[in-house]
Design a protein around this ligand. Sequence first.
Ligand SMILES: [Zn+2]
Length: 197
Amino acid sequence: MTQKDQQRQKVYTAERSMYNETERFGSLEEVFEFYTRILKSKRFATQFPKTARRLVPEGGKAKYRENTRLYRDFAWRHHKVYGREKGLWLSYGRERGGSYYEHGRRRIQLSKNHFNKGVAVHELCHAIVEYDFLLAGKVAWHGPEFCHTYLYMTKKWIGQDAHDKLAASFRKHGVNYRLIGKAAKLSGAEGKLGIAA
Ligand SMILES: [Zn+2]
C-alpha cells in the first residue's frame, strides 16, 4: 500500500520559486517535444529502463492525434491528446491547477498555467518513482524518492541553477529528499541515483 502523502503541500510550496523561473512552453506540442527528447535519450533509457519502456511510443516516433474517447474532466476544451496508445499521453488541463500524472493510463495532464519545464519534470518524476524504484508502489507520491528524483531530473534537464534553487527551497521548507537503504535503490541495472543534493 502507498504511504500517506505527508509532504505534498510542502513540496508544492517549495517548488514554486523554481518552476516559475523555468522556460515556458507555447503549446502542448512543445511540452510533448520536451518529453520526447528526454524519453528518447540514451541516458534516460539506461537509468530508468522501465519508465522508458512504458512511456516511449513503440517504434520510437511520437504521433499527434485528436482524441475521440470519452474523458472524465480532462482534455478540457480542446479534447486533444498527444502520444500513442502504448506510450505517453499528454493532455490539456484546465487553465488553473489540475496537473497530474496518471500512472495506469501513462498520461500526463498539464494545465495551461503549468506550461513550464519545472512542472513538466515534476510530473515525469511521478512515472519514474512509480516504475523504476525498488520500492515502487510502496512509497508516498511526494516522498523522499520523488523529491530526490525531482532534483536529479531538474539538474539534468533544466540546469544546475534550477537544481540549486529547488534544493535550497526544499531545505527551507523542510522537505525530505534524502534516500536511505532500499529507498535509494533502482530496480534496474544502474543501482542508485547518483546525486549529492
Ligand atoms: Zn506531484
